[in-house]
Design a protein around this ligand. Structure first.
Ligand code: AMP
Length: 217
């Protein structure tokens, strides 16, 4: 099954993709994670992407499409994947349809995790991850069981994304509405769009997503 999670930055796509990855064995493909890895490695793509990401804008379609195209050739995604943060433009959505079609596959579903803008600033500015294993936490909504210690690996160092600062969040939301929200009518027109209410508790959103996935087998 190939599934796209849509929704604003900080709306919970990554959190939900990780949970579905564990329960459904679907590999999470996050272009944001891949780009951050490229930045950390100091590669050519990473150097070009960093300034754009820090400004809350979109990396070029050409770069992210190439990253996904290469990733889709790997055997672990032959049976399915959850796209998280990709596509972000109509051109990327068209490219994804074409890449899957070339492999004799198709996108089964696009699910919007709907979260109004007024929820986003608190969600984004409160989030952080374990520096060692990448497990995600939040100052208010998802604290580690023991303060300062990662539940997953016992790590004690945590990091915040540079683009999660309040100044950048507004720009990222603007970018979302201008460039990514047009994907909603794109998928609606294809009859593949479903919507879940992303303002609810994490476990309730997962349940709503699982109901939809169960429905398509
Ligand atoms: P994310 O982790 O999904 O919030 O992505 C972080 C940043 O990476 C975004 O604000 C963009 O600058 C860049 N990015 C991630 N995915 C894409 C994409 N599909 N197209 C363009 N830029 C992207």
């Amino acid at each position: 099954m190939y599934l796209v999670l849509l929704g604003p930055p900080g709306g919970g796509k990554g959190t939900q993709a990780k949970r579905l990855q564990e329960t459904h064995g679907l590999v999470q493909l996050s272009t944001g994670d891949m780009l951050r890895a490229a930045v950390a490695s100091g590669s050519d793509v990473g150097r070009r992407a960093k300034a754009v990401m820090d400004a809350g804008q979109l990396v070029s379609d050409e770069i992210v499409i190439a990253i996904i195209d290469e990733r889709l050739d790997q055997p672990d995604v032959a049976k399915g994947a959850i796209f998280d943060g990709f596509p972000r433009t109509v051109a990327q959505a068209e490219a994804l349809d074409a890449m899957l079609a070339r492999k004799g596959k198709k996108l089964d579903l696009a699910i919007e995790v709907r979260v109004p803008d007024e929820f986003i600033v608190e969600r984004i500015t409160g989030r952080y991850t374990c520096a060692k294993c990448g497990a995600g936490y939040h100052d208010t909504f998802q604290k580690p069981k023991v303060d300062g210690i990662c539940d997953s690996c016992g790590g004690t160092e945590f990091v915040r994304r540079p683009d999660d600062r309040v100044e950048t969040v507004t720009k990222r939301l603007e970018t979302y509405h201008a460039q990514t929200a047009p994907l909603l009518p794109y998928y609606e027109g294809k009859g593949t769009l479903k919507v879940v209410d992303g303002t609810r508790e994490i476990v309730e959103v997962t349940r709503a997503l699982e109901d939809i996935l169960g429905g398509i087998g």
